[in-house]
Design a protein around this ligand. Structure first.
Ligand SMILES: Nc1ncnc2c1ncn2[C@@H]1O[C@H](COP(=O)(O)OP(=O)(O)O)[C@@H](O)[C@H]1O
Ligand SMILES: [Mg+2]
Length: 257
């Protein structure tokens, strides 16, 4: 049986005023995928996410979500989003990890509804699934940037989304922590069967963690599974000539990614 298509983007273009930022993007994300969307700064990654989330309206083309035309889609609780700005959190904010994660239930429960036993279980489960079980009572401001980012992911997970979008969650996080972080995401993808769209400007760190890669630089320069991605490096080199270089022996790709 064919997997459900979570996101189906066809011939999407987007302009900010007169500036063409996304051009003729066609991209499908099947259920269960862990897709890495890579591209340099300013390549349109966040803009594409905002189109998917309905925060920006594409100038041309169409988006289907969970196999419904965009206008008919209303099950937004199925989609979790951790924005690029999440890690610039006010570190003086007086809230514990548990409290921050519990706010992820607000949209479902309304702000002043009390947390019941079942909610508490969901909150603890979300905190544990990002490896922060020992930090529940800690103040969010006392955590490192990488730990805070895990807490924001737990907050997105607590409402049990089927599809989670993360915009550059590892900016400012050191290399070893980044690897652990991706491992944690791989676990969420497989164990919880959550489809993941991870945005990063660094292709080198993700190719052995994700199932699919999409290289964006206004155009979508490549989209396929990780095996195709490493096999494509020669063709990409030929096709894009001097714009392309092979990053390492292990990781194919182009300098546009
Ligand atoms: N609100 C905005 N108004 C005008 N231009 C914007 C706005 N946001 C982003 N841009 C421009 O659109 C391009 C793509 O930006 P963005 O999607 O944020 O790229 P990325 O996330 O890959 O770094 C950049 O040239 C950026 O300057
Ligand atoms: Mg961005």
């Amino acid at each position: 049986m064919k997997a459900q298509t979570i996101v189906d983007i066809k011939n999407l273009s987007f302009y900010y005023n007169q500036q063409l930022v996304l051009e003729d993007i066609t991209l499908q994300i099947p259920k269960g995928a862990f897709i890495g969307l890579v591209g340099p700064n300013g390549s349109g990654k966040s803009t594409l996410l905002k189109c998917i989330l309905g925060l920006l309206k594409p100038s041309e083309g169409s988006i289907r979500l969970f196999e419904k035309p965009f206008k008919e889609f209303s099950e937004w609780y199925k989609i979790g989003y951790v924005s690029q700005k999440a890690n610039s959190f006010n570190t003086g904010f007086p809230a514990t990890v548990f409290e921050v994660v519990s706010t992820g239930l607000v949209s479902k429960k309304g702000l002043f509804k009390r947390i019941n036993h079942q909610d508490r279980k969901k909150i603890i489960d979300a905190i544990e699934s990002v490896g922060m079980g020992d930090f529940q009572r800690r103040n969010i401001g006392e955590l490192s940037g990488g730990q805070q980012q895990r807490v924001f992911i737990a907050r997105a997970l607590v409402s049990e989304p089927e599809f989670l979008i993360l915009d550059e969650p590892t900016v400012g996080v050191d290399a070893k922590t980044v690897q652990n972080f991706y491992q944690m995401l791989g676990h969420i993808n497989k164990e919880k069967n959550i489809t993941l769209l991870l945005v990063t400007h660094d292709v080198g760190t993700i190719t052995d963690k994700v199932s699919h890669v999409a290289c964006l630089n206004r155009h979508l320069h490549f989209h396929g599974d990780t095996l195709e991605f490493s096999n494509q490096k020669d063709r990409l080199s030929e096709f894009y000539d001097h714009h392309v270089h092979v990053l390492t022996h292990d990781h194919g790709g182009c300098d546009k990614c």
